[in-house]
Design a protein around this ligand. Structure first.
Ligand code: FAD
Length: 287
């Protein structure tokens, strides 16, 4: 099934590269057997293979990676992420910033530019409704190709000018439908420790901790009550994975802890300033 998801994903990407929708539709019909895996939920597919609920819970432990319950997630995504971890995971030597350090000089060598703190406020469109550039801090930057690497909802809702919103309404309707809209986000915390990873016996592997193997029930309980157990806690020690960490930060280690975050739990504080959200917010964080 993982192989099928792998092929399905390639087919989906290739379909997107075809500029004519009518050709896309014909090919889509022909390759449907490879795509059906994306239409069924993880729970539907695994329930056909076993009725052992604990086994299903163990096989879907990585649902926290894509923050969706097995009853709602596409089996294709579950299969692709399982595939991603086959043979183990990787950590960039020198930390994730190495990715930018290596990629940016290559972009610049080709006369490109990489900007930071450069929020795009709008996508520029020509008379034929083609994207021809972006607006950044009032500056118009033109480009032959514009790729938005942020969420499609935000791209369509906030970056397409009001005058062209009607062009994306049908896409938005699909993305924001109850079956697709995401209900869960993340909360994360970094913790610094004195002592290196060997001294503290910190593992290189990631840890997942769940209150039970029923991920749907765990998520629903937490959704309804912030005081319920976190539906899943992820713990990872970058300092144990990166062999250069202790040369850069002597006798220090770091842990990254991630869990689900529900917007409604903190919605009341949405208009308050960071670090000035008041005592009740701080109490909520302390819990
Ligand atoms: C808590 C957490 C832990 C994770 N851990 C891992 C892990 O251990 N291993 C792993 O492989 N993956 C991990 N992931 C997943 C990984 O981070 C994402 O898959 C990856 O970052 C996606 O890259 P991206 O470029 O598509 O999006 P992003 O990394 O989200 O990049 C989008 C960028 O666009 C910027 N942006 C947004 N709006 C605008 C705008 N209007 N103008 C200009 N810029 C804008 C954002 O600030 C952001 O920098 C984790 C994700 C999360 C949330």
């Amino acid at each position: 099934m993982i192989k099928k998801a792998r092929i399905g994903l390639r087919v989906l990407f290739l379909l997107k590269c075809i500029p004519y929708q009518w050709i896309q539709k014909i090919i889509h019909k022909l390759v449907q057997p490879f795509l059906s895996i994306f239409d069924e939920t993880t729970e539907q597919v695994l329930s056909k293979l076993t009725n052992n609920k604990k086994l299903i819970g163990i096989l879907t432990y990585l649902c926290g990676d894509y923050v969706e319950m097995p009853s709602r997630s596409s089996f294709g995504i579950q299969a692709l992420i399982s595939d991603h971890y086959m043979g183990g995971g990787y950590f960039p030597i020198g930390g994730p910033s190495m990715i930018a350090r290596i990629i940016v000089p290559i972009i610049e060598k080709s006369k490109g530019k990489a900007f930071v703190r450069a929020p795009v406020s709008s996508i520029l469109l020509n008379e034929e409704n083609k994207a021809i550039g972006v607006v950044v801090k009032g500056h118009r930057i033109f480009s032959r190709i514009v790729v938005s690497a942020i969420s499609s909802t935000i791209t369509y809702k906030y970056l397409i000018p009001q005058t062209h919103q009607h062009l994306v309404q049908s896409h938005l309707k699909i993305i924001e439908s109850p079956e697709l809209v995401s209900e869960t986000g993340y909360m994360s915390m970094f913790i610094g420790h004195q002592g290196d990873s060997d001294e503290l016996n910190l593992p290189k592997r990631n840890l997942w901790i769940f209150p039970s193997w029923n991920h749907d029930e765990n998520t629903k309980k937490f959704h309804d009550d912030y005081n319920a157990d976190f539906p899943g806690i992820f713990i990872s020690f970058a300092s144990a994975k990166d062999p250069t960490y202790h040369t850069r930060y002597l006798k220090k280690s770091v842990a990254s802890i991630i869990t689900a975050g529900i917007y409604e739990h903190v919605e009341n504080y949405k208009d308050k300033r960071v670090k000035h959200r008041g005592d009740t917010y701080n109490q909520l964080k302390d819990q």
